[in-house]
Design a protein around this ligand. Sequence first.
Ligand code: MLT
Length: 240
Amino acid sequence: MPSIDVCYSPELIHLYDLKGKAVVAVDILRATSTMVTAFAHGVAQIIPVMQLEECLTFASQGCLTAAERDGIKAEGFDLGNSPFSYMEGLEGRTVAITTTNGTRAIRLSEDAQEIVIGSFLNLQAVVQHLVNLQLDVVVVCAGWKGKFNLEDTLFAGALAERLQEDFSFENDATLASLHLYQAAKADIVKYLGQSSHVKRLANLNIHKDVSFCLQHDVYDVVPVWQQDALVDVRANYKLA
Ligand code: MLT
């Protein structure tokens, strides 16, 4: 039986052997929720980038560029990091994106056999994909600037809850994530009301992104890292 493990921050990735495993990279507020929303609305590819300067260079290749730092859209880029900015007019486009934490979590996971982009929005699609894949799973939480955050850990717990019949739990981090999610799931928006990033976003007058990103099972997309970009592997099934 494959296992599921949880890494609470990209700064802890060096403690995990990712070779031969599937990483589910998660940044609920908001990078991976935004990426899933973009694919669900027709974006063809997403290139996660670590640095602002590198991200801008993709404009010369016909890509749209997107950047966020500390929750704010960076100057000089086409898009920011709100899922609501990716719901129309981007069909068939490639987006190069850099965010404070989410793109870092993805790029630092490149030793994995497969990197899957997870969010509450595509939770069940990710569950089905992982059950089919039958690889050991490590959920890599983006956190906030290397520190633990609640929302990504709640996602890890939600994933563990749905996989518990098919995957063994390897450590306390998975068990703790599960218990945290089970304590929060009755009203996850209320539970996260006091979390640091929800308060940070509220200070920026960003409210609707939070409730949107906490919805479960809205989109049937599974973005996976392939060669040098993320693509939606479910799109292939739909075309077939
Ligand atoms: C991140 O990548 O750190 C987050 O998505 C920040 C944000 O956009 O609120």
